[in-house]
Design a protein around this ligand. Structure first.
Ligand code: TRP
Length: 333
């Protein structure tokens, strides 16, 4: 029954290109979620500007990310996909929640400390109150679950603290969501340094495959992938992190087990193994890249998707915002 579905909501900052790591680790599993949950995903452009962005790039990446998520299987008919700045209630509730978050607790956020260190010339107020906006994103929709990476757990906890404080004063206004750290999903490491995560920052070292990379680039990155001085394919993350990471990738894209992979490449060196992993990745990403490129050319379609998404989201968000405005004592319009 449609009404019985639980709600899930997550935001994605359009501040970089999607990687093979985020695809295999997370996005790949999102399509199936829509059967079980009522899912909301938004491009967090309001959050993105807490770090200086080139306007043209931000605009392009926001649309590209939407196109890529759809190409990865997020069906706009089954998921609500929207752009954060299109639903003005986020900024409005964000302001209110600023007044219920304490300087001390905001100061303790790990992400704030990290980002302040990295952007010493731009430690702006938005960076500091980032978690209040994120709390607004979440609380507007009363979701049951908020799927986030481990690095965002602290923000979800602060969202709880803010919601509890608010509820403590005004009664049960907000429902407290659970963070949802997905069980499925592989942890993919950099191809050039298998001890660090495959991420945007590993890109310049040749460690990161982007979802939109052309086949030649992918083939080259896998041929150059760091392995070890032995010559056999065996899964042992501690002793053979490079080879094990390649096995994880190969397993994720082919569905083969580690035993099957070891058998497949028995007696063959890395010179056969590495290009084979590259080929498998190329074939997995090909339809995604082609579909995303096609969607990027179809601006009218993308517009239809994000408009419909914002309309649906705005309707729900407005209900919560009205309630909050009334509780805190604003005069009804
Ligand atoms: N802060 C999240 C990140 O950097 C993105 C985000 C913004 C988010 N608002 C959210 C995630 C609400 C979950 C729910 O990844």
């Amino acid at each position: 029954m449609e009404e019985a579905k639980k709600t899930m909501l997550s935001g994605i900052k359009p501040s970089g290109d999607l990687t093979l790591g985020s695809y295999l680790g997370a996005i790949k599993n999102w399509a199936a979620r829509a059967e079980e949950y009522d899912c909301y995903y938004f491009m967090a452009d309001l959050h993105a500007i807490t770090v200086r962005q080139n306007p043209a790039d931000l605009r392009r990446r926001t649309l590209e990310q939407l196109a890529q998520y759809i190409a990865c299987g997020l069906d706009p008919e089954k998921n609500t996909l929207f752009i954060q700045s299109h639903v003005h209630q986020h900024a409005e509730l964000g302001w209110v929640l600023n007044c219920y978050a304490m300087f001390g607790e905001l100061s303790r956020m790990t992400q704030f400390k990290d980002k302040s260190a990295k952007n010493a010339d731009n430690i702006n107020g938005g960076l500091f109150t980032y978690p209040c906006l994120m709390a607004a994103d979440i609380l507007l929709y009363q979701p049951d679950y908020v799927p986030v990476g481990d690095d965002q757990r602290q923000h979800v906890e602060l969202c709880h603290a803010i919601a509890r404080r608010f509820n403590g004063v005004y009664g049960d206004v907000f429902k407290l969501p659970e963070p949802y750290i997905p069980k499925v999903g592989a942890r993919i490491m950099s191809l050039s340094d298998p001890t660090s995560k495959m991420s945007k920052s590993e890109e310049e070292n040749g460690g990161t495959v982007l979802l939109m990379d052309p086949p030649e680039t992918i083939a080259r990155l896998f041929k150059r992938a760091v392995t070890d001085s032995e010559t056999f394919v065996h899964y042992d993350p501690a002793q053979k992190p490079g080879v094990s990471n390649l096995m994880t990738i190969y397993s994720a894209v082919t569905g083969k087990s580690y035993d099957e992979i070891e058998a497949e490449f028995a007696g063959q060196g890395y010179g056969v193994f590495k290009p084979a992993v590259g080929e498998a990745v190329i074939e997995t990403l090909r339809p995604i890249r082609e579909e995303a490129s096609r969607l990027m050319k179809d601006k009218a379609y993308l517009e239809g998707v994000y408009r419909a998404g914002a309309e649906k989201a705005g309707h729900i968000a407005e209900k919560t915002l009205r309630k909050v405005y009334k509780k805190v004592g604003f005069v009804a319009r």
